[in-house]
Design a protein around this ligand. Structure first.
Ligand SMILES: *[C@@H]1O[C@H](CO)[C@@H](O)[C@H](O)[C@H]1NC(C)=O
Ligand SMILES: *[C@@H]1O[C@H](CO)[C@@H](O)[C@H](O)[C@H]1NC(C)=O
Ligand SMILES: *[C@@H]1O[C@H](CO)[C@@H](O)[C@H](O)[C@H]1NC(C)=O
Ligand SMILES: *[C@@H]1O[C@H](CO)[C@@H](O)[C@H](O)[C@H]1NC(C)=O
Ligand SMILES: *[C@@H]1O[C@H](CO)[C@@H](O)[C@H](O)[C@H]1NC(C)=O
Ligand SMILES: *[C@@H]1O[C@H](CO)[C@@H](O)[C@H](O)[C@H]1NC(C)=O
Ligand SMILES: *[C@@H]1O[C@H](CO)[C@@H](O)[C@H](O)[C@H]1NC(C)=O
Length: 664
């Protein structure tokens, strides 16, 4: 796992450097990216590159701002290059879609003289095909244009200097398992990936297409011999062009990587923004019927709206101060959030957490599914600092964190906008009888995922982020049951607040480290403590604090007690199947959990160390049940754990729980 995190770090650094160096880049989503955008092209708040926006007869262009060297100036030979991108086309009409997308290599970013529709915003009647264009493109064409000898209305083509493809093929791919050619519909609304590879020595272009879920097929969709020496110039722009023509279509690029003299880096699909949800086909049909009716109603509504306008204005009132201007790209309008959640209807309520209510929503503009958390906040002082922090947390990107998209501020309220997680929170799976029982493999994956997310927050990001509220209900599960830690840094809101008397200690009972209860100071060690408790909760399927026959049971103590009296593995969740788990693994995890939840902060491992234990890269230190007890005196002085280790016979010992309880 250490290897994995190192690799991640390396990739991250690589991504940073490559993105700015001259011979390649990788963008997993485009949030904050500085591209040259033209026409109707925008970057959505979720980081999609939207080439055009459901509007007829428009074009859009996006280019990387710097030029790349494609040719050796001395002998004119063209270097090999490689690019891959993920795209999605969403069309209102299920049978037809506006003209298409092209990946373009061009000497200029200026296509103001080009026309749309079948010309894809790349050329015009007089310039089409002219060798002075120096244009190389791979088109994803969704209309049959006989003038360009298009083969059908759903094809991929290689274009030189114009729209008449030098080679093209119906959209689809050759599966690696030898099955016959598999057709794909470019405008299906599904995410697909394209690879374009030019071999400078062989003078060959390979173009490959596949659905997002599939690795690059070995056999390209089309492979054609072309010498680009006469086409490309020494230094060229790379980018995309698209046109909608007379169809309501949106073209999206989700991620893009490019490299000269090397293979384009793979996209990380877990980091890509998701496509807006497509409207159901029935609905669009229904629309045709309802349209006349709707327009009649519209007149009535317009009058009402005019009357309600003043009231609405009040309803959507939000606060916007001068200092917030810097954060405008992270700010959502209250109106959008209100609409997205249908007025924060109870029906959209996903849950009520320690910090407020969470609602499900769908952003009206991009159809992105979101979760909106309403946090009430009294203090005005803390707000500015906190918003700065939210914006900075929005830059956290890790496959085990719930992406924070932005915020909105209103009256005494802060609204935080997150990606929506399909499978909801983990605690439901652990403690609700209605949900399926998680297998051991699923639990292992969840625990390691949360550990990886926490390691990133603690050690691998540019700043140390203390989570402060790790618990099962803050761990969300995405579509593939990947664990994602939510609410990071949120507890800090209360630190910034001015009312410190009652809310000094943040966190959730049962997950609070003893020293936190005493001093109120959070640290990475208090996070590790909560993680240990969380780990035990997942393995044992029991809450950190529960009551049994009127008596309070502290999970950590209960596990230690079972260990002392016989079998530590007997504490695992009995609902798991018998063959499902490995005894050694269960034992290892329980002990790691106990070590992390050690009452003395100095005895807890760091998250990196914890990862090493979990991955079996390093053996756990020799532990015994008594290791978990400790000297009360020592705890009071809260130092010298080493001294304690040297006097294991200390007489005045207490178990974890007595401190727990006294800490309450
Ligand atoms: C598309 O973008 C244009 C210009 O930004 C805007 O006027 C129009 O309303 C947008 N259309 C849709 C359907 O979002
Ligand atoms: C974006 O790129 C352009 C062209 O390279 C440059 O002039 C501009 O300063 C950049 N803007 C930002 C915010 O980096
Ligand atoms: C590609 O490699 C050649 C040598 O193989 C080198 O001369 C050239 O500068 C490289 N091009 C880029 C853009 O890195
Ligand atoms: C799409 O095509 C199918 C079959 O060709 C046809 O039945 C259907 O009516 C078409 N839908 C629209 C909206 O044109
Ligand atoms: C077509 O495009 C070329 C090059 O972009 C430009 O020089 C020419 O004026 C355009 N022709 C028309 C009719 O717009
Ligand atoms: C190609 O374009 C150049 C420059 O725009 C122009 O001089 C030339 O006549 C064009 N060639 C043809 C065949 O149209
Ligand atoms: C794939 O599409 C082609 C037309 O482009 C059609 O002839 C063929 O039957 C389709 N194959 C399958 C399996 O649907």
């Amino acid at each position: 796992m250490l290897l994995k995190t190192c690799l991640f770090l390396l990739l991250f650094l690589l991504q940073q450097t490559i993105a700015t160096s001259f011979d390649g880049f990788l963008f997993n989503g485009f949030r904050g990216v500085n591209f040259t955008l033209e026409g109707f092209t925008t970057i959505t708040t979720t980081g999609l590159l939207m080439l055009n926006n459901m509007t007829k007869e428009i074009t859009g262009h996006a280019f990387h701002p710097s030029k790349f060297n494609f040719r050796n100036p001395s002998d004119g030979s063209v270097f090999s290059f490689s690019t891959t991108f993920a795209f999605g086309i969403i069309s209102v009409d299920p049978n037809l879609s506006g003209h298409g997308i092209a990946f373009v290599i061009s000497p200029t970013e200026d296509f103001s003289r080009a026309i749309g529709s079948q010309y894809l915003g790349l050329s015009n009647l007089s310039s089409n095909g002219n060798s002075s264009n120096h244009l190389f493109a791979v088109e994803l064409d969704t209309i049959l244009n006989p003038e360009f000898r298009d083969i059908n209305e759903n094809h991929v083509g290689v274009d030189i200097n114009g729209l008449r493809s030098s080679n093209s093929s119906p959209a689809g791919y050759y599966p690696d398992n030898g099955q016959p050619f598999h057709n794909l519909t470019l405008w299906s609304g599904q995410v697909m990936q394209v690879w374009v590879d030019y071999d400078g020595r062989e003078r060959r272009v390979d173009v490959t297409l596949a659905p997002a879920s599939i690795a690059k097929p070995k056999k390209p969709l089309l492979s054609t011999k072309i010498d680009l020496a006469g086409v490309l110039m020494d230094s060229m722009f790379v980018g995309f062009a698209s046109s909608s023509g007379s169809y309501l279509t949106s073209h999206y690029i989700l991620g893009w990587s490019f490299s000269v003299n090397g293979t384009a880096q793979a996209l990380d699909f877990s980091l890509l923004p998701s496509l807006p949800r497509t409207k159901s086909k029935n609905r669009s049909k229904l629309l045709y019927i309802l349209l006349p009716l709707a327009s009649a109603i519209f007149v009535l509504v317009a009058i009402t709206v005019a009357l309600l306008f003043v009231r609405r204005k009040m309803k959507y009132a939000e606060e916007l101060e001068q200092w917030e201007m810097d954060y405008s790209s992270h700010r959502f309008s209250y109106k959008d959030l209100h609409r997205a959640t249908r007025g924060f209807r109870d029906k959209e309520l996903l849950g009520i957490g320690g910090f407020g209510r969470v609602y499900k929503g769908v952003l009206p503009s991009s159809r992105t599914e979101i979760a909106v958390k309403r946090v009430s906040h009294e203090s005005r002082q803390g707000m500015r600092e906190f918003v700065a922090e939210v914006v900075s947390l929005g830059r956290l990107r890790h496959r085990n964190l719930v992406p924070l998209l932005g915020y909105c501020r209103r009256k005494r309220e802060l609204l935080l906008v997150y990606d929506y997680m399909r499978n909801g929170s983990l605690d439901k799976f652990l403690h609700d009888s209605g949900k399926p029982v998680l297998s051991w493999a699923a639990r292992l994956k969840i625990i390691k995922g949360v550990a990886a997310g926490l390691l990133y927050l603690h050690q691998d990001w540019e700043q140390v982020v203390i989570h402060r509220d790790i618990k099962a209900s803050n761990v969300l599960l995405d579509e593939e049951f990947n664990a994602r830690l939510g609410d990071f840094g949120l507890a800090r809101l209360y630190d910034h607040g001015d009312d410190l008397t009652s809310t000094n200690v943040v966190g959730t009972m049962g997950y609070l480290a003893p020293e936190l209860a005493r001093t109120g100071k959070s640290s990475t060690a208090t996070d590790v403590f909560a993680f240990g408790t969380f780990l035990l909760e997942v393995v044992c399927g029991r809450r950190p604090l529960s009551s049994s026959m009127g008596e309070q049971v502290v999970l950590v103590d209960w596990v230690v007690e079972n260990w002392r009296t016989g079998s530590i593995t007997a504490t695992r969740d009995a609902r798991m199947g018998e063959e499902d788990y490995e005894t050694e693994e269960v034992e290892l995890l329980l002990k790691v959990g106990l070590l992390c939840s050690h009452p003395l902060p100095a005895a807890r491992p760091s998250m990196r160390q914890t990862m090493r234990y979990l991955e079996g890269e390093e053996p756990l230190p020799e532990l015994s049940p008594t290791y978990m007890s400790f000297s009360v005196l020592e705890l009071l002085h809260n130092d010298g754990f080493d001294d304690y280790l040297m006097s294991p016979t200390a007489t005045a010992t207490a178990t974890a729980s007595s401190v727990y309880v006294s800490g309450e």
